[in-house]
Design a protein around this ligand. Sequence first.
Ligand code: FES
Length: 540
Amino acid sequence: MFSSIGAAVTVRNDRHVDIAISAIPNGVSQYDSFLFCREGSEIKCYQRRCDHMGGLLSLSSDGLARCPLHGWVFNPHKGSYENIQVSKRPESFAVNPKSNSIRVTERDGVLSYPVLEPASSRLEVSFFGHACLYFKGIDFRFAIDPWLIGPAFVSGWWTSIPPVRGWRHTLSECDFIFISHNHPDHLNPTTLSEIKRDVPMVVPDFSSSSVEKTLRSFGFNNIYPLELGQAYNLSGTSLIFSILPCGDGRDDSGIYLNYGDFSFLSTIDSNDLNSGVLPHAPTILATCASPGASGHPLCYDDIAPDVKASILKRKKVSLLKTQVDLVKRTVPRYFMPYASFFEPRAKMDYEIQQNNVSLSADDFVDLIPPPLLNVKKYDHFVFDGGQLIYTDLLEREDHLDDPEEWINRNLIQQPIPSDSEVAKYLENSGFEDNLTLYLTLCSDDFVDAYSHFRCDFSQTPLKVEIMTTPPEWETICSSSDNHGQLMWMKVRVKAFAYVMSNRLSWEDLSIGFQCRFKRTPDIYNTRFWDFFTNHYIGKL
Ligand code: FES
C-alpha cells in the first residue's frame, strides 16, 4: 500500500559555540544554551533544552536546573531529572588544545520531504471529533485517530461533540486509518468495533508494538507498521505520509503529510515532536489542546486543593506557551488546535469535571498570527493546494452517549476477580524496578476499601502479598527499611477488574481518573507506566 521513499531529509542549521575552558568553573554552571558540570579536567555538557517539551532549563542556587513550563528538575551531577525517571544525553564536544577551548553544538534543523505533482489540487479536511480528522483527495481518503462514540479510559472520558452522520460507512471505506498511539481517545475500542475489520490500519513501528498489539486484540489484522521518520508514498497517489516520533521517548507520535502544495503537520499528543526538528511552513499545523488530560494533579491525594489549582493553571499557561512557540518556529499558514473535545461526564467524576481545565481555540486568538481553524465554528475545510477556499459545517447526530447507561451495561456487570487472581495477574507481569506498589481496590468514591496488595517489584520472582489490613502509609514512608520508591494506588474495583480482564493499559486507570495516588518520593515512575501501558497489554 505504501512505498518507502527514504528518510525525511534534515536540513541542519546547527550553531557552533567556542567556550574557553577557563570560563567553565568547577561544579555546575550555565552558559548560553548549555549546562556544564565540571570536576577538575572532567567536563560534562548538556543542552538546556528540557527533555519534556523543550522548555529552557535554568540553573538555581541549589545546583539544580529547573524548567519553568511543567517543573521538571534536572540534576547536572547525576545527568538525570529528579522528579521523573529520565536521563539527559550528554553532549559530545571537541577540545581545541591550541586555544584551550571546547566547541559545542547547538542543534537545530528543519525536515524536508519530496513533493509529487497531484492529480488534482483539491483536498478536503474534516474534523470528525476529538482527535479524529478525515482527509479526502481525488485519489485517496483516510482518517486519523477515530474516537467518536463510547468512553475512553474506562469510563473517565466522554466525547463532547456528537459524531458526524454516516461515520461508520465513511471510516469503513477509508484507504487506511492511522492510529498515533494506544491511548483509547485515539485507539478507541467502541468506535473501532463498529467499522469493518479489514480496513488497513497504519501504525507507528514502536519497539513495544503497543498499537499493533492492541489492534490485534480488537480483531484487526490488516496492519501496516511504518518506520518513524521515514517518508512514504501511498501507492497510485501523490500523497506523502510520514510518522514522527514523540521527543520524550514515550510510545506516541505525530504526522506530516503533503499532497502537492498542501501540507499538514500534527503533533497530536506528542511532546517535543521529533525533538523539535520539523517541517517548515506547513499549510496546517494542528496540535493537541488538552492541559488537563491526565490524572495529575487532580487524582493525587498528597497535593492540597489550592496547589492542584495552581498546577493546573500553570499547565494551561505552559501548554499555551509551548503551542505558540511551535507556531512561531514552524510558521504554518493556518493553525488548528484540536484533540481536546472530551468531558469527564460520569456522575462519579463530578468533582473532576468541576476542577479540570481545558483550552479552546479562543485562548489562542490574540496570541498567534496565522488564521485559526476553529473546529467548533467550522469543521469541514476545502483546500485548493495550500489555499483554503471553502468552509462549512458537517451534519452530526443529535445526541451524546450516556455515561451511566454504559457504566450499568459494562462496569456494574463486570465480575470482580478474587484476591488470588489479582495477585497472579501482578506476579505474571514480571515487572522489575526499585518500586513498592501498594494497591487498594475500593468503591467508586474511594471510601470503602475491599482488598489490599503489596508488590515489591525489586523481588525476583515477584511475590505479591495479599494484605489483611490497609497500608499504614505514614508509618511505611517513615520506616528505615524503605528502599526505592513507594506508590499507593487506590483504584475503583470495577474499573480495575475491567482493565485486568481485557488486558488494557494501566494508563486507562490513571488518565481516566479511576485512581487516587500517594507516592514518595514524588517522582513519575516512567518505567512502571511504560511497562503497564505499552507492554503488559493485549488480550491473548
Ligand atoms: S517540564 Fe520542561 S517542557 Fe515540560
